[in-house]
Design a protein around this ligand. Structure first.
Ligand code: M6R
Length: 607
């Protein structure tokens, strides 16, 4: 999603802004731009595509000025080209924006009637003209910005700069995050603390409805009524060094390989391996007295939640209502007073997930956030933060965050089962032991990389792929399909293996590879029957299983990938790795932009 950086500084800011924007690249974008003020004049460079294009523009035509705003744009209104790239200008006003101005059409008509001409297809440009109109009517810059902000409906983070004041930037937040960075004689605004980390670790997060006047030596935050408000200044944990790929080709590859370590860290945070028990940290509810829990999330995080549902229901006998957040937030779901709600999110900023959280907040139930970014909005608005210790995840396709989310959910399921007396102390010890072995199993799974690379070469020749699984392997099948389509652009679907004959079997022919995720578990034989149905129709099966499964599959496969024997409880965490590697190598063979696939954003701050 769009990224914002703004600096009221003391040295030329354009190169600093571009460097900070590079740290926001992971969010996904399709054009970028920077504007500065020098000697009372606005200057701007914009470019379609990657930041390297903007860098090139700036090399050919440098921009001076010690105050500036920059932006990476993820297109919502209007195609990703240079004209639609931010910053947008209007009579001495420059603006960058993340989010959606919902009433932009109405405002645009009004501004057109007043003679303002629109040069872009964006919703953002209305804000520039609104502020400029206020200035033209005699308002001072800060009042002009405030008056314009009051007209806006929707979700936005904004930075506004004026040619007439080289020591002023106005920022605003209503939805997407915006943070103020405090420097020595210079101040910053950024979409997150990672962008600002090279400049400062001293951060103040704006809250929804806040707007801020930033000058080189001071800042003041206001609410929409113009009252001064105080927000806590805190030390950010973000590191100032740029996260790099090490010796890997892509961040995604590096992140896949980090999993044994980060899963281990995450599990150790929640489980006492020595005692063989879930750690008894404080929770804002007692699992024993809950009648159900609600889980909501988007994309991969939702699929982690869905696997969590299987665990909570099977081991803790605790019913789970789960929905994708974009549905959850509008469906008027009844929330039991005896429940707790969990929101799963890598970024902690996903707009739909945040809205679902606020819905549950209104219902008055305790809220837990399973997040990777601990300083995120979802973390801040929850009663308890349950961190995934995956470290920064840069690849747009979520990998290590997913397995760490699963690790947290598995540990919570153990804790819930123990609290509710649905497992014995011996069973708890066995489950904790199984989890403690996951980093080792994951390491063994990574050793299959060579074989998976070969299978992926074959997969890259197809246009459609079907994934099948039962039980927890069903959400994993959906995750495999999501991963493949998002980075290789091959169409893929994940199905419950038992549903095959209710429709998707019509798709099966020689052109349809079918990836079956089937460890030798309680229901393995059922999945074998489904594989036979596929084989009988010429479908090409790639089976991901264990030794016993491979020996008992009784069906011809194109390839069988044999994972270590793992306890059923932890299988989805371990089986996630070959699924991720398949998608990764297929994308590499397809030659796509693996870390920043087209049209996708890492942090989805609009609905
Ligand atoms: O930051 P979040 O975990 O809330 O993001 C949710 C989804 O946007 C995310 O999982 C998305 O589906 C990934 N690109 C999947 O790889």
């Amino acid at each position: 999603m769009c990224g914002i950086v703004a600096i009221v500084g003391k040295s030329p800011v354009a190169p600093l802004i571009v460097d900070a924007l590079k740290r926001l690249e992971y969010r996904g974008y399709d054009s970028a731009g920077v504007a500065t003020v020098e000697h009372g004049k606005l200057g701007r460079r914009r470019a379609e595509g990657k930041l390297v294009n903007l860098d090139r523009r700036l090399k050919d035509e440098p921009l001076g000025g010690t105050i500036g705003i920059g932006h990476t744009r993820w297109a919502t209104h209007g195609v990703p080209n240079e004209t639609n790239a931010h910053p947008h200008f209007s009579d001495g006003v420059a603006i960058v924006h993340n989010g959606i101005i919902e009433n932009f059409a109405e405002l645009r008509d009004e501004l057109r009637r007043d003679g303002y001409e629109f040069t872009s297809q964006t919703d953002t440009e209305v804000v520039a003209h609104l502020v400029a109109r206020e200035l033209a009517q005699g308002a001072a810059p800060v009042d002009a910005a405030h008056n314009a902000l009051k007209r806006l409906q929707g979700a936005f983070a904004l930075a506004i700069m004026f040619s007439d004041d080289e020591d002023l930037i106005v920022g605003a937040r209503n939805g997407p995050p915006l943070a103020v960075g405090h420097g020595e004689g210079e101040m910053f605004l950024g979409s997150d603390a990672i962008a600002l980390a090279p400049f400062t670790n001293s951060i103040t997060y704006l809250e929804d409805g806040d707007w801020v006047v930033v000058r080189s030596n001071a800042m003041q935050i206001f609410d929409m009524d113009g009252n001064k408000v105080e927000r806590r200044r805190q030390q950010s944990l973000s590191t100032s060094f740029m996260v790099d790929k090490g010796n890997r080709r892509h961040f995604m590859e590096k992140e896949i390989h980090e999993q044994p370590e980060v899963i281990g860290h995450t599990l150790a945070h929640y489980l006492d391996f020595t005692k063989g028990a879930a750690r008894p940290f404080d929770l804002p509810f007692d699992f024993a007295s809950l009648d159900r829990i609600a889980i909501s999330a988007c994309g991969t995080a939702y699929l982690a939640g869905l696997i969590g549902k299987y665990w909570f229901e099977r081991y803790a006998r605790l019913p789970v209502d789960i929905d994708v957040a974009s549905e959850f937030r509008y469906r008027e779901i009844p929330i039991s007073k005896q429940s707790a709600a969990f929101f799963v999110s890598q970024s902690g900023e996903t707009a739909d997930t945040l809205a679902s959280l606020r819905y549950c907040r209104k219902a008055g139930v305790p809220i837990g956030a399973i997040v990777n970014v601990r300083e995120s909005t979802i973390a801040r608005e929850s009663d308890i933060v349950l961190p995934t210790l995956a470290g920064p995840e840069i690849g747009v396709a979520s990998t290590k965050a997913f397995t760490c989310q699963l690790s947290v959910l598995a540990a919570l399921a153990v804790r819930a089962a123990s609290a509710r007396g649905t497992i014995s102390p011996d069973q708890e010890r066995a489950m904790v032991r199984s989890l403690s072995e996951v980093p080792r199993f994951a390491t063994q799974a990574l050793k299959l990389e060579g074989q998976i690379e070969q299978v992926s070469r074959e997969l890259s020749h197809y246009r459609h792929v079907l994934y099948l699984g039962r039980d927890t392997n069903y959400p994993l099948a959906m995750e495999g399909a999501l991963k493949l389509k998002e980075i290789s652009y091959i169409h893929a679907e994940g199905y419950a293996a038992g549903e095959l004959k209710h429709g998707p079997i019509a798709l099966i022919d020689e052109q349809m590879p079918v990836i079956v995720i089937a460890p030798h578990d309680r229901i393995f034989e059922k999945t074998v029957s489904n594989m036979q149905e596929v084989a009988a129709r010429g479908g090409k099966i790639i089976l991901i299983t264990d030794r016993k499964g491979a020996a008992n599959a009784t069906v011809k496969t194109l390839e069988t990938i044999i994972l270590p024997d793992v306890p059923e409880f932890v299988a989805p965490i371990v089986y996630a790795l070959p699924i991720q590697m398949l998608a990764y190598y297929t994308a590499v063979f397809m030659g796509t932009d693996v870390d920043q696939p087209r049209n996708l954003a890492k942090s989805v701050t609009v609905e």
